[in-house]
Ligand binder design. Sequence first.
Ligand code: ACO
Length: 340
Amino acid sequence: MSPIKPIYASFRSIGAYAPEKILSNADLEKMVDTTDEWILKRTGIKERHIAAADEYTSDMAAKACELAIERSGIAKNKIDLVLCATVTPDYFNMPSTACIISDKIGIRNVQAFDISAACSGFVYLLSIAKAFIESGMKQNVLIVGAEKFSSIVDYTDRSTCILFGDGAGAAIISATSNKEEGFIDLHASADGSYADLLITPAPGAIHPASQHVIDTGLNFVQMKGNEIFKLAVKTLTNDVKEILAKNEINPEDIPHFIPHQANYRIIKAVGDALKMKDEQVVLTVGKYGNTSAASIPMAINDIWESGRLQTGELMLLDTFGGGLTWASALLPFAGQAINK
Ligand code: ACO
């Protein structure tokens, strides 16, 4: 009897979509009591993309998915699992956005479901795709982080409306027998005792849709920004140190550190703590703002499209978000690079 060959999960391709409409800091100055200077200095954000009124999370996700599929060279009928991470689904209860996306891109009769892990959603999806593939249950998994965050933002609240944007990022994760192409390590965790730091109270079983929900704005995102900030810096730094030490990799050997894009000051503090050079740290928060589950794949797509991400190069992903949730991943890019 021949020995069973191990199977590894590999990151085959990336695709992303940002809606056409741009909301600049100057636009926000006309909406709330804020300034371009304050936003830039405190967050590093210059502008964010906002979906059209009739453009939904599944529409943005479908566009990102089509690109990821095309760039993977894998036929649609070979995809056997579709996963979507979002906290702004088309429908809050059912059907799942993954089912709607599957229909929009013409992939039917395969397993499809959503997960909710806020900004950690994409790295959580990587862990699920890895488990399905390495257990031999699936071969080619389409994952997408997508958000119409503007649908839960109160545009009269200056402490949150300056931060968030809309968009989607997708990837194909495939089975391989080549260990060099496989994920190196992945860690995901959560602590629900911090649930109230970032919360959208309604609609849900606790606060079903009602006039009271509308009158009190319970349907909008509420955030204790300062407390999240401190926790984010601590958690992200520890997470990266841990995964690198465990795998005996030095921070200077990482060509692409791709952290969740929430705030330039958080990213800078983590990069500095790890003594990383600016060119190692991927930064897209300035042009997209915080796109939650879409933030990391949109950033990967940016370096891929600009020709910075080459086949075999190591990516270190690190994220945190509502829940609180956090996750990090160390993996090579196993797809085709773009020739620039
Ligand atoms: N314009 C001008 N002033 C403002 C604005 C604004 N847009 N927002 C707040 N302020 C004021 C506050 O009222 C406060 O005024 P005061 O001192 O008179 O009371 C002052 O600025 C300082 O407020 P802080 O909240 O302490 O400002 P801070 O430096 O912490 O920056 C920010 C706020 C940008 C929100 C920051 O805390 C942050 O980025 N936190 C992390 C948020 C985050 O990453 N959230 C996403 C998690 S991921 C997910 O799952 C979606």
